[in-house]
Design a protein around this ligand. Structure first.
Ligand SMILES: *Cc1c(COP(=O)(O)O)cnc(C)c1O
Length: 404
């Protein structure tokens, strides 16, 4: 038995390269958007093999800009998974549109397209009249690749085509991640599909970080141009380059934009995090492989999926407690884990079970799978350079607390 220790949920790991690059920025006197942001964007597009990337100060900002560039209008309906973080749906409200909350799959925790189909029918039939007017124009959807396990891109494409809607990927967990339709098919990296854009997060505990930050990638040049303009007050294109010293002093405001640009300080961290992204991912694969193996025989909880069609980012390791087998409820179990020094998190209380969405009229029975899975969820610590001792201690603690 490993002796008692404290295991954090996440430990940020920055190298000397990040520290030196930030120091160089501070000494350079140019703190805001400049050469390093450009370099970060270029490296990002090269790494994904995509055409356009716009660095911003959060994934939430990237999602907001993407919806704006997609032309979301007040009153539009946008399909959003209920099993996600606040950001995915709040950006829809920023633009005065309605998030239509969609249930999740019980195993992947990703958005359930069969329920998305039902929700469209429910809106049309007036069954969701108390939250969404039946005549609402449903224009898009925002799938989330939960924990970094990508959704089936062929299925999303087919769904979007069938309903004549676009989609924007909330890829906050999915860097780097990839998907293929069959074990011998070609890989598709997150962001390379038919989405209008994919939005990544560099929040402190995400798979790579810039402290706070985000990146929007797209294959569409005009879309990228709109996002870039709107990320900086809606100033015309050459005004943007004035930030790196080359632009015009006489800028033009072409739309009421936002203030979402990334700083060179943040990009300095990102440039070197990016170089190590795959090394860091492989180290999380080591953690996930250990958990999956050591927990294989426990029937007290179900493990996250992995298979030959996914390059999993392993941002999270969410287990689902089997409430009729485990000796404690989730709430009691996590308290006991905490007493034993093991930190945890829960991703997430579904949106339809939060007061804001309940007050709008969403009910537990609107998304029954997410409602049922919520009291089962625990996210275990998983991060780059988590030690073998830490992994063993988490596993031993959880197994001893859940054995009958
Ligand atoms: C973290 C997260 C976001 C928001 O990212 P920020 O960079 O903090 O804005 C959006 N969606 C999901 C699913 C997230 O986990």
């Amino acid at each position: 038995m490993t002796s008692r220790m404290d295991v954090p949920f996440f430990r940020v790991c920055l190298g000397e390269d990040e520290i030196k690059e930030v120091t160089d920025v501070l000494r350079s006197g140019w703190l805001t958007t400049g050469a390093r942001v450009r370099r970060f964007e270029e490296q990002f597009t090269r790494m994904l093999g995509l055409d356009h990337a716009v660095a911003v100060n959060s994934c939430t900002a990237a999602l907001h800009l993407a919806l704006e560039a997609a032309g979301v209008q007040p009153g539009d309906g946008i399909l959003v998974p209920t099993h996600t973080f606040a950001a995915t749906a709040e950006v829809v409200r920023y633009l005065g549109a309605y998030p239509i909350l969609v249930d999740c799959c019980s195993d992947t925790l990703n958005m359930d397209l069969a329920d998305a189909e039902r929700k469209i029918a429910d809106v049309r039939s007036g069954r969701l009249d108390h939250v969404i007017p039946p005549q609402t124009r449903i224009t898009g959807m925002i799938p989330v690749h939960v924990a970094g396990y990508m959704m089936d891109l062929d299925a999303i494409n087919a769904f979007a085509a069938q309903h004549g809607i676009w989609f924007i990927e909330d890829a906050a967990h999915a860097f780097p991640a990839a998907w293929r339709s069959s074990p011998d098919g070609p890989w598709q990296v997150c962001g390379s599909g038919n989405s209008k854009a994919a939005c990544f997060s560099f929040y402190a505990n995400k798979t790579i970080t810039t402290g706070e930050g985000g990146m929007l990638v797209t294959q569409d040049e005009d879309f990228a141009a709109r996002v870039r303009v709107m990320s900086l007050h809606g100033l015309s294109k050459d005004a943007w380059s004035r930030y790196s010293g080359g632009g015009s002093w006489d800028y033009r405001i072409i739309a009421p934009g936002f203030k979402y640009n990334m700083t060179d300080i943040a990009a300095a961290i990102g440039i070197h995090q990016l170089e190590r992204a795959e090394v860091m991912r492989l180290d999380r694969v080591r953690c996930a492989t250990y958990y999956r193996q050591v927990f294989m025989d426990s029937d007290a909880f179900d493990l996250p999926l992995d298979d030959a069609c996914h390059t999993h980012a392993w941002h999270l390791f969410p287990i689902r407690l089997n409430l009729n087998v485990a000796p404690f409820s989730r709430d009691v179990l996590v308290e006991k884990m905490k007493e034993n020094g093991v930190s945890f998190s829960v991703h997430w209380r579904p949106l339809h079970m939060h007061p804001y969405y309940q007050n709008i009229g969403w009910r537990s029975e609107d998304c029954p799978t997410a409602t049922a899975v919520w009291p089962r969820l625990i996210s275990l610590p998983i991060f780059y350079k988590m030690t073998d001792t830490e992994l063993e201690y988490v596993a031993e603690t959880l197994l001893s607390l859940t054995k009958r």
